[in-house]
Design a protein around this ligand. Structure first.
Ligand SMILES: Cc1cc2nc3c(=O)[nH]c(=O)nc-3n(C[C@H](O)[C@H](O)[C@H](O)COP(=O)(O)O)c2cc1C
Length: 313
């Protein structure tokens, strides 16, 4: 049975990847996941300058299925991060995620990123920094992606927010395709709000009472899945050559397989690693692959292409 998949021509031994920025951030941890069977590893989104990120509570769990974060892109800066990754030898593809606060910054981060990255993932969708959800500004998204594509010689994936406006999703797909990217990662977290205490009178600092963050985990799953499904249908209808990575709420092989059935070539898990930190979270890729193998055996599938995209055909 063959679990391998290809992203823009690059082979992954299986379709499991970590999602950028969630726990598996530093090279030793990324290397440990390689040893635990993951298909590819994704770095934390990097900016030119080091960032501390936000103060105070940065992650809350409203309920078992509702996780929110407002990390604010903490990272050591692109130079230091890439030099640190260089100290390790990876036998699986390393994907470098780049963020930025200007066109020039996105591009220079991507140029540095290719020193170790087999793929560049462009984070156009961070809801926790000023201007982070730049994917909703289609012209700027086009320019950023175009400049990166023109300046790097590895495949480029655009990471987008979850869309509830499907016309907006299609227009963004058109723009990033025209820019020359090889694929799209769907989705980042959804902008969301939580009121910590309803009793504002007892709260001394009103602002601390509001948790503005990005929604992830199981609650995000059906929304991200719909995005992948709609994007796949649109890409096929328009005859575009774009590979999709599905992300949002993957905890078990069932969510992962759902993304593949909706057309994703690979998948990423994020919050699951944090939520299962006290258990054996390094086993996540293996447990996802075991479930995938059982599913393929039960249905007599020999490769992922035997069932990928099956639900919209
Ligand atoms: C704590 C935390 C930090 C994140 N940091 C990043 C980041 O640096 N870059 C990025 O593209 N996405 C970031 N994300 C979004 C995830 O990569 C992923 O798209 C999202 O969490 C949905 O997947 P999940 O439900 O499996 O967590 C972050 C998410 C969380 C929860």
């Amino acid at each position: 049975m063959d679990l391998s998949t290809k992203l823009a021509g690059i082979t992954l031994r299986n379709p499991t990847m970590n999602a950028s920025g969630v726990l598996i951030i530093f090279p030793p941890m990324m290397k440990a996941f390689e040893d635990h069977g993951i298909g590819a590893v994704v770095g934390k989104s990097v900016t030119k300058e080091p960032r501390e990120g936000n103060n105070g509570p940065t992650v809350i769990q409203r309920s078992e299925d509702v996780c929110m974060n407002r990390m604010g892109l903490p990272n050591p800066g692109v130079e230091e991060y890439i030099e640190e990754i260089k100290k390790y030898e990876f036998n699986i593809p390393v994907i470098i995620s780049v963020a930025g606060f200007s066109l020039e910054e996105y591009v220079s981060n991507a140029i540095k990123g290719v020193e170790v990255g087999k793929i560049i993932e462009v984070n156009l969708s961070c809801p926790n920094v000023e201007g982070g959800t730049i994917c909703f500004a289609i012209d700027q998204t086009y320019k950023i992606c175009r400049e990166i594509v023109d300046n790097v010689d590895v495949p480029v994936f655009s990471k987008l927010s979850p869309y509830t406006n499907l016309l907006g999703l299609n227009k963004t797909i058109d723009a990033v395709y025209k820019s020359g990217v090889d694929g799209i990662t769907l989705t980042n977290t959804a902008p969301s709000l939580s009121i910590i205490s309803l009793d504002i009178a007892v709260n001394e600092r009103r602002n601390n009472n509001l948790f503005k963050g990005g929604l992830s985990s199981k609650a995000l799953f059906p929304i991200s899945l719909r995005n992948v499904y709609e994007a796949s249908k649109y890409i096929e209808k328009e005859g575009l050559e774009l590979d999709l990575i599905g992300v949002g709420g993957i905890e078990t092989h069932e969510e992962m397989i759902s993304y593949i059935l909706c057309g994703a070539k690979a998948t990423q898990f994020g919050s699951a690693a944090a939520l299962h930190f006290n258990e054996n979270y390094k086993e996540i890729p293996r447990s996802l692959c075991n479930g995938l193998e059982d599913f393929m055996r039960d249905n007599n599938y020999k490769s992922l292409e035997d069932f990928r995209g099956e639900v919209y055909r």
